[in-house]
Design a protein around this ligand. Structure first.
Ligand SMILES: C[S@@+](CC[C@H](N)C(=O)[O-])C[C@H]1O[C@@H](n2cnc3c(N)ncnc32)[C@H](O)[C@@H]1O
Length: 249
């Protein structure tokens, strides 16, 4: 448990520093996907620079979520809120988006962005994705972008996602995964872990946690090298940015 607490603290410190502008982001550029465009340009039009400049994901889960007007969406590790604001547009005024994040400075940033944008159907809640501050069976779509790899307790994250989803609901994640495992030495590198690298696990283990949580129809929709998204080094397993979907049936 002390490892868990230590990793949460390191992760919180890192993303707190990024949110308050005292640190660069995941691989040292402007966002996690420094050399890679994560979203179609058209999707980002109408979003203010304050939002797009704190995009720390590794892909675009929103586009493949197939959101419908009126749906309730939960974003795990919402950061500065980019995916929440994109989802809010798609679910419309009868829909609702909740972002959960454990880093106070990141929540401040997201709430400042929300106020500036005058968005009404988004709420940011402080909490851990391993113990979500969300009621059972209330969410249509759980999404997450480059966050679950940071959790030392991935099984709890998927069990919590399953708990809060309605029957018929779906989960759509963009995340860093591997083929093979990081050495114990690399896993113990908490700085690299907080940069969305060494906390990532083999894609089979990842989807295994989803299955164990109760999810069905688990699909790796796409998977491409994470080069340019996170900083990779020799001696690492193959590291990917993947989009994975599943359902609670
Ligand atoms: C790499 S950033 C991604 C932010 C956002 N999803 C995006 O695409 O811009 C990771 C975010 O997840 C949050 N986070 C990491 N681990 C968390 C946990 N266990 N519980 C809640 N939030 C967490 C961090 O505070 C940070 O804001």
């Amino acid at each position: 448990m002390s490892d868990v607490i230590e990793i949460h603290d390191v992760v919180k410190q890192r993303y707190g520093a990024i949110a308050s502008g005292t640190a660069g982001s995941c691989c040292g550029g402007n966002n996690c996907g420094c050399d890679v465009q994560l979203y179609e340009s058209a999707l980002l039009e109408e979003l203010p620079a304050d939002v797009t400049s704190i995009s720390l994901g590794c892909g675009d889960p929103v586009t493949i979520a197939g959101l419908h007007a009126g749906e309730t969406v939960l974003d795990l590790g919402s950061g500065g809120g980019i995916d929440c604001f994109l989802a809010a547009r798609q679910v419309g005024e009868n829909g609702y988006v909740i972002g959960v994040d454990m880093t106070p400075a990141m929540l401040d940033k997201a709430n400042t962005n929300k106020l500036k944008m005058g968005v009404q159907n988004v709420e940011f809640r402080r909490g851990q994705i391993e113990a979500l501050p969300v009621q059972d069976n209330t969410i249509d779509v759980v999404m997450s972008n480059c966050v679950i790899n940071l959790s030392p307790y991935k099984q709890s994250v998927f069990s919590e996602a399953y708990r809060v989803l309605k029957v018929g609901g779906r989960i759509v994640v963009s995340d860093i995964v591997t083929e093979g495992d990081f050495s114990a030495e690399l896993q113990a590198d908490t700085a690299k872990w907080a940069e969305c690298v060494t906390g990532a696990i083999d894609v089979e283990a990842y989807t295994g946690f989803m299955r164990q949580a109760g999810f069905s129809n688990i699909q790796v929709v796409d998977k491409s090298s994470a080069e340019g998204i996170v900083e990779l080094k020799a001696g690492m397993p193959r590291v990917y940015s993947a989009r994975i979907t599943a359902e609670k049936v």
